[in-house]
Ligand binder design. Structure first.
Ligand code: COA
Length: 163
């Protein structure tokens, strides 16, 4: 029997193999661009929880959301889409982060932070990020460095204008 180094056995309980979080983070690949299917995007939004607040039952709107965002960063665990940051930006002054979502199975590993970081890098050093938080993430953004803006305003589709 050779005494060459062998990897330690994977820790396994009940048929589930546990991969250490640091190993998982190192294996996540980040990509720029919107080269992903509407179906896989909708599946990710549902698997993150953000699907409750996005039009996941309307693939046409989703197709437009993917096609017309001009800065998209995705996170991949092998072939599995595990995160997305979808923004509209002028790459100079401001970028609006329309959606940030990480698959529940991959949350709290730093992937959301990486998606924000890579979005910011691409927008350029003088550009600010602006977003509306989903209720489940209102504690997240101050934690990672965002400041709350007291005068955000929304004119929802169908709201009368002028009033
Ligand atoms: C919010 C979200 C994008 C964060 O992504 P993530 O990969 O889990 O976040 P990170 O791992 O980068 O977290 C960084 C820190 O914030 C904390 N954190 C993560 N999610 C949080 C939340 N919802 N509320 C408060 N803190 C949170 C993490 O524990 C971590 O803390 P630590 O540095 O002390 O360990 C992700 O949880 C998600 O997709 N949530 C559901 C969809 C959603 O609400 N999206 C936001 C739409 S505006």
């Amino acid at each position: 029997m050779s005494d060459a180094w062998r990897p330690p056995p994977a820790r396994c309980a009940g048929g589930v193999i546990f991969v250490p979080a640091s190993d998982l983070m190192n294996s996540i690949e980040y990509r720029y661009g919107n080269d992903l299917s509407v179906e896989s995007a909708i599946e990710l939004y549902n698997a993150s929880g953000l699907g409750e607040r996005r039009p996941v039952d309307d693939p046409q709107i989703f197709a437009d959301m993917l096609r017309h965002a001009n800065l998209t960063v995705t996170a991949w665990d092998g072939d599995l889409l595990v995160g997305i940051a979808r923004s509209v930006t002028d790459f100079s002054y401001v970028g609006y982060v329309s959606d940030l979502a990480v698959r529940r199975s991959h949350q709290k590993l730093g992937i959301g932070g990486q998606l924000i970081q890579k979005t910011r890098e691409k927008m350029g050093p003088r550009s600010m990020l602006v977003l509306l938080s989903a209720p489940q993430a209102v504690e997240y953004y101050p934690r990672v460095g965002f400041t709350q803006h007291p005068s955000a305003w929304v004119l929802r589709a169908g709201d009368p204008f002028p009033k």
